[in-house]
Design a protein around this ligand. Sequence first.
Ligand code: NAD
Length: 466
Amino acid sequence: MADYDFDLLVIGAGPGGYVAAIRAAQLGLKTACVESRETLGGTCLNVGCIPSKALLHASELYEEVAGGHLAKFGMSFGKPSVDVPAMIAEKQKAVDELTGGIAFLFKKNKVEWIKGFASFTSADTVEVAGKSYRAKNIIIATGSSVTPLPGVEVDNDKGVVIDSTGALTLSKVPGKMVVIGGGVIGLELGSVWRRLGAEVTVVEYLDQILPGMDADIRKEAARIFKKQGFTIKTGTKVTGVATKGKGAVVTVEPAAGGAAETLEADVVLVAIGRKPNTDGLGLDKAGLSVNARGQIETDHDFRTAVPGIWAIGDVIPGPMLAHKAEDEGVACAENIAGHTGIVNHDVIPSVVYTFPEIAGVGLTEEAAAARGAIKVGKFPMMANSRAKTNRQTDGLVKVISDAETDRVLGVWIIATVAGSMIAEACVAMEFGATSEDIAYTCHAHPTHAEALKEAAMAVRGKAIHV
Ligand SMILES: NC(=O)c1ccc[n+]([C@@H]2O[C@H](COP(=O)([O-])OP(=O)(O)OC[C@H]3O[C@@H](n4cnc5c(N)ncnc54)[C@H](O)[C@@H]3O)[C@@H](O)[C@H]2O)c1
């Protein structure tokens, strides 16, 4: 240790990096975490998962009232109004409390926060704000940033052509919003502004929204979103965005070729994906390189090609999800400390926090069928007593199992609380459960979770309530 400043230096304090730093400190390693943002928590806490969920929650409450959905329960209100700056300020309070919480956890666990941007000067040394730090181990947890759309300039301050960060700070509800990209960000942030009154058009290049999800789920989600008032243009590419007056004009044409058309918008949200952050890191000085997708490759233990350098989260291959990064952070810290840290990448849930929520874990039906014989059980939320009682019956649960062994290979859910329901599927899959194991597990009544049990029963044609 004599020559090293730290046992471990983590670059980046997002969900991957800050969790890795805390776990390493818990295990007795002298740990520092470098972060260039003013606050800890990375994209997720500052301008991603957390603020978007705050606005999703607030806008959902607004729509319940404004959309007249409570009238059927005998409740009536005067015409509701929304004070957007107040909503944004309350969101910021949640963000500040959570980012401040990490600063507290760093102090409590004696993790040193080095403020500034880290750049490698050799395989075991980084420079931050003109000072050099040498560490026995370095974890790269630099995350990802918004993929730019060639030829389209984002300016979040002007608030006309924006990305996900700009969509969290609009000062008023746009009349018309065009969302480029029918993925998670487009649908979540599009939902926020649609609920508050914007006319939202989603332009998606592929034939279906929500890439990577199960085909039934993608189809059903599109049906539900259209019913909610979204205009969804799939199989459509954007060929240009020009600002015009206080708004913008988006030119689109069929992906397969054909006549172009223009869409006028007050706000254009670009949400076409994210790319790993490696610019300026000086990877070459450490002897590292990136793959064709700009990612740093690691082995199963999160070791890069250079001994002593590890990488986790959005900067390595795999889904760009905060919880995947967190689990990798814990496992990587444990491996560095000489323990055995493992992440089961076959069981990483993904959740879209729209209304209803959309969640999945494991294989899609298409991917599972390509591997071998499968059985599929489906159960509609329409037949779930709790969903029916709440008058929120959109959605379904789908369980995919191996035809021979009955082992669960994938679970897909659209339901108001799908994000919570998917946790049960994750535990089941982590323990190698069969669909019968889920079917024979007693589930509390009346809960949404019973729909998962019934979908598991449906794998063998034994669902009761359909
Ligand atoms: N709830 C969550 O888990 C959550 C929330 C936000 C973001 N994220 C993660 O952040 C990342 C980025 O999210 P995202 O929604 O930007 O990406 P995404 O990859 O989920 O979706 C982007 C969509 O844009 C489409 N697209 C690409 N270029 C286009 C073009 N020129 N014209 C029209 N459509 C185009 C793609 O086909 C794709 O469907 C994802 O990895 C996502 O998992 C997750």
